[in-house]
Design a binder for this molecule. Structure first.
Ligand SMILES: Cc1cc2nc3c(=O)[nH]c(=O)nc-3n(C[C@H](O)[C@H](O)[C@H](O)COP(=O)(O)O)c2cc1C
Length: 361
């Protein structure tokens, strides 16, 4: 039976355990180019024993960034800078992954430490014209009204995703995550909370799913079959008016048929109303992942409030998750994987530690 510390094979890739560093924006790139901070951020967790370290939401085009400090993969300088990081992560024994993304109507924002991440006002040179399925602002402090994408724009965005996937491969990443969650462009096409289109990209389930299915197909065509192609998908917003869960399930079935290898089950974030989200409940997205795994047979991952190693281990042992995604636990403790094994009375896996540290812990 698999547990948190078993290796996990997907396609030709093998992870040394089921613990993954969840993507985390650092808002610290210059012109989309990651630097020393990003090397440290991913490198410390890779050296600390995770099986998979996933680089932050990385924009497929300049207007696809959340903030001006977000990383990108649309030019050579970015690709080379990411290659240095991917090499370092792999040298520590972790598999290097990256999430490619388009922020859609949530772009042109300040970093969270400036005015709580509010969007730049139209006319401010630090911002840009945002885009979305529909010309409606997100709400809260994201007040910019996006331009609704035309069908020709959609073709271009799809090509941008494919080009970024090629660059991710050239940079040495072995695990690709499509950002289909958190209210960014792809997710905002799927949710009826954010998509009010009346053309073939809006309205019915088939139409709202089209942007995501076509993006997957474009990326699958350029990303090698031997490497995992995964997506982070928002399956619920915990509010009335969203898609029924059955639709999220059906979307996963279709993405699986389209070549998806694993789904990371997350939140929609298509609305500023987060009052019903059960933040305090440990691993609150895992039950959704378990239902999806049981119904579709697709391997699953999930994050959200997984802190306790015993809980994480149980999620894998009971077949709810194939991979446990951690963000805040790994901010708190880059050596979480090693400490988790020790706290559960397993043999301390010294092999997960870099040799420089192995004698010291
Ligand atoms: C600083 C920070 C940045 C994040 N950036 C991203 C991101 O780039 N892409 C993404 O899909 N999720 C992002 N998230 C969400 C995390 O990956 C994770 O899903 C979430 O924090 C829940 O996991 P946790 O309870 O272990 O923190 C971010 C979270 C944090 C704390």
């Amino acid at each position: 039976m698999a547990d948190l510390f078993s290796s996990f094979g997907l396609k030709s890739v093998s992870l040394r355990n089921r613990i993954a560093m969840s993507p985390m924006c650092q808002y610290s790139a210059i012109d989309g180019v990651p630097g020393d901070w990003h090397l440290m951020n991913l490198g410390a967790r890779a050296a600390g024993g995770v099986g998979l370290a996933i680089g932050e939401a990385t924009a497929v085009s300049p207007e696809g960034r959340i903030t001006p400090g977000c990383t990108g993969l649309w030019n050579d300088a970015q690709t080379e800078a990411w290659a240095r990081i991917a090499r370092f992560v792999a040298a520590q024994g972790a598999v290097p992954g990256i999430q490619i993304a388009h922020a859609g109507r949530k772009g042109a924002a300040r970093p969270p430490w400036e005015d709580g991440g509010a969007q730049y006002e139209p006319g401010d040179a630090r911002g840009w014209q945002t885009v979305g399925p529909t010309a409606a602002a997100f709400g809260g402090n994201l007040t910019r009204v996006p331009r609704a994408l035309t069908e020709a724009d959609i073709v271009r965005v799809r090509a941008d995703f494919a080009a970024a996937a090629r660059r991710a491969l050239a940079a040495g990443f072995q695990w690709l995550v499509l950002h289909f969650a958190h209210g960014y462009l792809a997710q905002s096409f799927f949710s009826p909370l954010s998509n009010r289109r009346t053309d073939r990209y809006g309205g019915s389930f088939e139409n709202r799913a089209r942007f995501l299915e076509e993006t997957l197909a474009a990326v699958r065509a350029v990303w090698p079959e031997r490497l995992p192609l995964t997506a982070r998908l928002g399956v619920t917003d915990f509010v009335a008016g969203e898609q029924p869960f059955e639709e999220s399930l059906e979307l996963v079935r279709r993405l699986k048929a389209g070549g998806l290898d694993l789904v990371d089950v997350s939140i929609g974030f298509n609305t500023a109303d987060r009052s019903a989200t059960p933040w305090q409940q440990p691993a609150f997205m895992a039950p959704y992942a378990a239902r999806i795994r049981a119904a579709t047979g697709l391997p699953t991952a999930a994050s959200w409030n997984i802190r306790d190693p015993a809980v994480a281990d149980e999620l894998v042992r009971t077949g709810q998750l194939d991979l446990v995604m951690l963000a805040k636990s790994l901010i708190d403790d880059p050596h979480w994987a090693y400490h988790a094994a020790r706290s559960l009375g397993r043999e301390a896996p010294k092999a997960w530690l870099s040799r420089q540290y192995a004698s010291g812990l």
